[in-house]
Design a protein around this ligand. Structure first.
Ligand SMILES: *Cc1c(COP(=O)(O)O)cnc(C)c1O
Length: 372
């Protein structure tokens, strides 16, 4: 018998489950379960990725200078405030490692991103879930949940999986009301989808208790590359740099992300296509009685009458090769999160859900209709 045991908090972690990509017996599937950009990255990024493969025997630079400089220039930020990570997941994890230990509490919202809880437990801390109001972050409830043990508050704005967003005044009020020892982390994974929105960068600069995280995984179409970044006050950056693995990003990652950043035409195009199709899909589903909150991201959260109906609709979609995300694990069992794909995908989703709601889902002419 061995006595080897993980720490208590780690035992409580339910491993993260990514979006599914396959349906048994269906060949042509459309994956709408991971909020990926259906158009992929800029061609410049793919080109940079090919070229970066040449010097694989060399270690990459560990200062990430070229990428941080490009980010600072493109987004209009202070270079010294930027840290790059292996996805923004790594920034979330570094924040927990650096600021959270046994006895410390970390707040996330009722329908908040699963990695906040996982990274908190991995660091030995205690996750505290705070209720939302009608799938909207409730600043008052968060402030009430704070105490002398609260070290971090995570908010995704826009939030995943709800797609909702709260305004700058609310965020400022939250930052101003937190206890002294607490950092506010604004997860901006979907901030790129909101026009003229800085994701909270201004607040990072004007205060000393706010951190913002961003990613290349969503609008930049590089979920497979694994590059994210954080923007934080200098003392926080200095702290995170002490524990950041020096070679956490390969040269391939650094150079590909930089090339993607430089092609803003592609980004603008993807953002506006997403907005157009998101509005179209939300309305098409609403016409069949499937409502959703106004989404600010690249997915909508479709609400059904019951968990049973959501599951039945999911099964119907899967039969047609359309993979969306069940969100029972996020306390939303009667909902399905549907990533905004390209136009054809959106039309197919609307068509299948329409037939499902009309009680006519097994109609054999479905496929013929759609391809026509
Ligand atoms: C997708 C997502 C991320 C991004 O994770 P990466 O590690 O950068 O791929 C972060 N936060 C939320 C809320 C997300 O949905």
């Amino acid at each position: 018998m061995t006595n080897i045991r993980p720490k208590e908090s780690v035992k409580n972690i339910a491993p993260y489950k990514g979006g599914e990509a396959k349906v048994a017996g269906v060949r042509d599937v459309i994956k709408l379960s991971s909020n990926e950009n259906p158009y992929g990255p800029s061609e410049n990024a793919t080109e940079a990725w090919r070229k970066a493969g040449f010097e694989l025997h060399r270690y990459p630079p560990s200062d990430h200078k070229t990428l941080t400089r490009a980010l600072a220039a493109q987004v209009g930020l202070e270079e010294e405030g930027i840290i790059c990570g292996n996805g923004s997941d790594e920034i979330i994890s570094l924040l927990c490692q650096a600021y959270v230990g046994e006895g410390d509490e970390v707040i996330h919202t009722e329908h908040g991103f699963a990695m906040y809880r996982i990274s908190t437990l991995a660091a030995g801390g205690t996750p505290i879930e705070v209720r939302e109001r009608e799938r909207l972050t409730d600043v008052e409830a968060i402030l009430e949940a704070c105490n002398e043990r609260t070290k971090l508050v995570f908010i995704a704005n826009p939030n995943n999986p709800t797609g909702t967003m709260i305004g700058g005044n609310e965020i400022s009020r939250l930052a101003a009301g937190l206890p002294d020892q607490c950092l506010l982390v604004l997860d901006g994974a979907y901030a790129d989808y909101v026009e003229h929105f800085d994701g909270g960068a201004g607040l990072v600069e004007s205060r000393d208790n706010v951190v913002m995280t961003r990613t290349f995984s969503k609008l930049y179409g590089l979920g497979g590359l694994r590059v994210g970044w954080g923007y934080a006050p200098k003392p926080v950056i200095d702290t995170l740099m002490k524990i950041r693995p020096p070679f956490n990003l390969s040269r391939v990652q650094l150079e590909t992300a930089e090339a993607a950043l430089r092609d803003q035409d592609h980004i603008t195009k993807c953002r506006s296509e997403n907005a157009r199709l998101r509005a179209w899909l939300a309305e098409a589903l609403a016409e069949h009685g499937v409502l959703s909150d106004t989404s600010c991201a690249n997915f909508i959260l479709a609400r059904f009458a019951s968990e049973a109906e959501a599951n039945a609709c999911d099964a119907e979609l899967r039969k047609e090769g359309l993979i969306v995300r069940k969100v029972g694990g996020y306390n939303l069992p009667n909902c399905l999160r549907i990533t905004i794909g390209d136009e054809g995908s959106c039309r197919r989703v609307a068509h299948v859900i329409g037939l499902f709601k009309e009680g006519d889902a097994s109609d054999p002419t479905v496929k013929a209709d759609v391809s026509a």
